[in-house]
Design a protein around this ligand. Structure first.
Ligand code: PGA
Length: 258
């Protein structure tokens, strides 16, 4: 099955001023507004989502948020709601990022509730999973990934998995000077696809997008994306300049022969 590649960026809390997000969204629109073969997405900070959405709402560029509360609305002080993302025509919610799990101590049970909620609301969760340390033993790696996938998807409606995105983000490759080695990434993606097949059956597994994130740069984007189980890339620091981000998109297109 051919899955339409996806390349996106989360601004984490690097870009804190709404006007920065607006200007980034405007550059995106200029540089990538005509992109036909790849889904491009942008996740600014929550406060910048509204002004960025105003720029992107009539374009093909997708957008969303980096976290939400575990229920659609109610007593969740300090959280953002999936309903707000929907109201702004956003389609994506990043969940379970390493920084959420470690700095904010988010449990897998909490992540699982959020993933289920996003699917129920008709949006796409980008569920980040990955091992803490590099594991050369494939059996061990598969075991860790299986446990993460099982616990984070336990409340989700499998019939909605065509909207599910998995971001394979090994903790040890985030915020570094280089991404994980492409061969290791390809093997991990293959294991994730195999696990999805074992857990949910192949017709559901083949619809899920598995993208790689963790120190992605234009220099390694082609090698990372040059594999059938890598459905795209999730960019961080090395995409802060929209021109670099566009180069990464071009490398993915080259790898996918588009
Ligand atoms: P980085 O961020 O590319 O800056 O390492 C990636 C991520 O955390 O998704």
């Amino acid at each position: 099955m051919t899955r339409r590649p996806k390349v996106g960026i989360s601004m984490k809390s690097y870009q804190t001023l709404p006007r920065e997000a607006v200007s980034y969204a405007e550059s995106f629109e200029k540089l990538l507004g005509d992109e036909k073969e790849i889904d491009i997405f942008f996740l600014p900070t929550a406060v910048s989502l509204y002004p960025a959405a105003k720029v992107l709402k009539d374009t093909s560029i997708l957008y969303g948020i980096q976290n939400i509360g575990p229920e659609a609305n109610g007593a969740f002080t300090g959280e953002n709601s999936v309903e707000s993302v929907k109201a702004l025509n956003g389609s994506l919610v990043e969940l379970g990022h390493y920084e959420r799990r470690t700095i904010f101590r988010e449990s897998t049970d909490m992540i699982a509730k959020k993933v289920a909620l996003v699917l129920e609301q008709g949006l796409s969760p980008i569920l980040c999973i990955g091992e803490e340390e590099k594991l050369s033993d494939k059996k061990q790696l598969k075991k860790v990934l299986k446990s993460d996938l099982e616990s984070c998807l336990k409340y989700s409606d499998e019939s909605k998995f065509s909207n599910l995105m998995i971001a394979y983000e090994p903790f040890w490759a985030i915020g570094k000077s280089d991404a994980a080695d492409p061969e290791y990434v390809h093997e991990s993606h293959r294991l994730i696809r195999e696990l999805l097949e074992e857990l949910f059956g192949s017709s559901k597994a083949e619809k899920v997008h598995i993208i790689y994130g963790g120190s992605v740069s234009k220099d390694i984007a082609y090698d990372l994306a040059n594999n059938e189980d890598v459905d795209g890339l999730f960019v961080g620091r090395f995409g802060h300049d929209p021109k670099n981000f566009k180069m990464i998109v071009n490398e993915v297109k080259r790898a996918k022969k588009l």
